[in-house]
Design a protein around this ligand. Structure first.
Ligand SMILES: [Zn+2]
Ligand SMILES: [Zn+2]
Length: 358
């Protein structure tokens, strides 16, 4: 295998498991149990070590477990885990100031378009407030940890008994906790957390915890998206997309009205460009997440399903199944788009921001 192939293989392995942080140097431990997966690689090249500040920054911003130079410890970038939140907040503050001061107030002063400016200010502030509320909720609400629902002692329900007899061997007394209720009937054991993972729970190596109905680890909210904050995350995506779209469209209209460059200074232009990039990038991301909500599939399940269907097309699955999917690739958690939406987003629109609608 050439050096280039080895490098691309390494990145593919890491890319397939973005929610797992490197912790071991031996990368042959790849298997289906996500508590044992290893994607750590050391890079001894002096050039690579010199690039460390960039690697560190990239890792801190994206939580992407970049291969580490020799003297750096795995997960060091997590010391800076608030950096992405600070970046988002700074960017948004800049856009807020730039939009209102350099675009809308210019409209008001130069063109005397009072009603247009008032509509711009009111709608922008409403969307901005909704964005702040939902972003705050997505960052502050815990994703829901399997640790919090862990129980100990002997099992006493029928589904647990079935799974117990299949899964626990006498040499593993530590596994004698109650098995969680499982639709799938085969709970998995997490070595790191020392507990049974309920259906759809995954171990996040960045947070070092098993997260219930884990969607993915998101560095931009400095944590995982799981059963506890999934809907706040979706709300945040919806409002950030609406805010970016509104800012972009109105800035573009103003740009045309002001005859472009002659009246738009560099800050106004930066706002237009940032809003445009966010509209396309976050908008696409939001649409794909809304689609996943409607089909009741998490980001992790979706990526597993995508690689499974690719393998199936080329006949490489060897009878292997993904958790939560039947042999024909049907998602067992899919109850129809309406019920899927209610399961994640709640059923009471008046309590859209409340806690207890789910
Ligand atoms: Zn775990
Ligand atoms: Zn996480």
């Amino acid at each position: 295998m050439s050096k280039l192939e080895r490098l691309s293989d390494r990145f593919l392995r890491v890319g397939r498991h973005p929610f797992r942080l490197c912790s071991r140097s031996n990368r042959d431990h790849h298997d289906q149990d996500d508590s044992k997966v290893c994607c750590c690689c050391h890079t001894d090249s002096p050039l690579y070590s010199k690039c460390w500040p960039f690697i560190f920054f990239f890792s801190a911003i994206t939580d992407y477990p970049m291969p580490l130079p020799k003297d750096k410890k795995p997960g060091q970038h997590r010391d800076w885990s608030w950096l992405p939140v600070i970046v988002v907040s700074s960017l948004v503050t800049f856009v807020y100031y730039g939009y209102l001061d350099r675009i809308v107030l210019v409209l008001l002063r130069k063109l005397q378009r009072m009603s247009q400016a008032v509509i711009y200010i009111v709608l922008f502030n409403v969307l901005f407030l909704l964005f702040i509320i939902t972003y705050g909720r997505a960052v502050s609400q815990p994703p829901g940890y399997a640790e919090d629902i862990k129980t100990s002692g002997s099992s006493n329900n029928s589904s647990s008994k079935t799974a117990t007899s299949q899964s626990i061997s006498p040499e593993e007394p530590k596994r004698s906790q109650d098995l969680p209720y499982s639709v799938l009937g085969y709970p998995r054991w997490c070595e790191s957390c020392q507990l049974w993972k309920p259906d759809r729970a995954h171990h996040c190596r960045v947070c070092n915890a098993c997260v219930l109905r884990m969607d993915h680890h998101c560095p931009w909210v400095n944590g995982c998206v799981g059963i506890g904050n999934h809907r706040f995350y979706i709300q945040f995506l919806i409002y950030v997309t609406l805010l970016a779209t509104w800012t972009f469209v109105t800035s573009l209209v103003a740009f045309i009205q002001f005859h472009g460059m002659s009246t738009f200074d560099s800050i106004a232009l930066a706002v237009l460009i940032i809003a445009g990039i966010f509209t396309v990038a976050v908008g696409t991301f939001t649409l794909s997440h809304l689609w996943l909500v409607l089909i009741n599939r998490t980001t992790i399940e979706n990526s597993q399903f995508q690689s499974w269907s690719k393998d199936q097309k080329s006949g490489k699955t060897n009878g292997k199944l993904i958790q939560g999917f039947t042999e024909s690739g049907k998602n067992v958690f899919n109850q129809g788009w309406k019920s899927n939406w209610i399961e994640i987003m709640g059923n009471n629109l008046w309590l859209w921001f409340g806690k207890d609608t789910v």
